[in-house]
Design a protein around this ligand. Structure first.
Ligand code: PRP
Length: 220
């Protein structure tokens, strides 16, 4: 029997959430025998569990309400939340957060990685008409942080239109990808369910979970 020694490790704006429930579900989605439905369900549950840590510092505002018995000062989220999945695989992470934060706005960044060069290619971008970027918290979603090229391109795109508060939520990542992002954007917090070993010669995460997009959408 092994025990998770800590439910979170933080190394310079990188947070690896080693919670036993997350690790159990992560093992399920890593397993190549896990089929589409179970893959998506476990992915959703992992993301919801991660949300407990990721959103723990979100600012609150006071709100006056009436319970059936008395008036009271309650709390409500003070900032606008934008979830920004990187297509396609990031879409598989949206539901796990949206059902917890129903008023979250969903932005989309279409990006695929050229298989030969491993360079990200942008093909779609839709961001809400936000007047105050200070009051908006943006969460980039992608299950895989490999070379870091796709996430870096997404961060650059968002910052180019004025976005200020960016957090990345991934499932599996490697140090190479983290380094690529933090070399230029140390302000971006990175949350992962696992920091994996390395990339192979094709840029795939080892041990990883395969191609998340293909497993979510059944396109393999
Ligand atoms: C995968 C993954 C990331 C990217 C990671 O997407 O979902 O977006 O590759 O690699 P990187 O860190 O080296 O950029 P893919 O290109 O397979 O597109 P898909 O989600 O449409 O399958």
């Amino acid at each position: 029997m092994t025990e998770a020694t800590s439910n979170q490790s933080n190394n310079g704006n990188v947070f690896v959430l080693n919670h036993p429930l997350i690790l159990d579900k992560l093992t399920r989605i890593r397993n190549k025998k896990t089929e589409k439905k179970d893959f998506q369900e476990n992915l959703t549950e992992i993301v919801s569990l991660m949300a407990y840590e990721v959103f723990k510092d979100v600012p609150l505002a006071d709100v006056t309400i009436e319970t059936p018995i008395a008036q009271m000062q309650g709390k409500t989220l003070a900032k606008k939340i934008v979830l920004c999945p990187i297509l396609r695989a990031g879409l598989g992470m949206v539901h796990g957060l949206e059902h917890l934060i129903p008023n979250a706005i969903i932005s989309h960044i279409g990006m695929y990685r050229d298989e030969a060069t491993l360079e990200p290619q942008e093909y779609f971008f839709k961001y809400p008409n936000v007047s105050n970027h200070e009051d908006t918290l943006v969460y980039i979603l992608d299950p895989m942080l490999a070379t870091g090229g796709s996430t870096l391109a997404a961060i650059k795109k968002l910052k180019s239109i004025g976005v200020k508060n960016i957090v990345f939520i991934g499932i599996v990542g490697v140090q190479e990808g983290i380094n690529k992002i933090h070399k230029e954007h140390k302000d971006v917090k990175i949350y992962l369910a696992s920091l994996d070993e390395k990339l192979n010669e094709h840029g795939f995460i080892i041990p990883g979970l395969g191609d998340a997009g293909d497993r979510i959408f059944g396109t393999k």
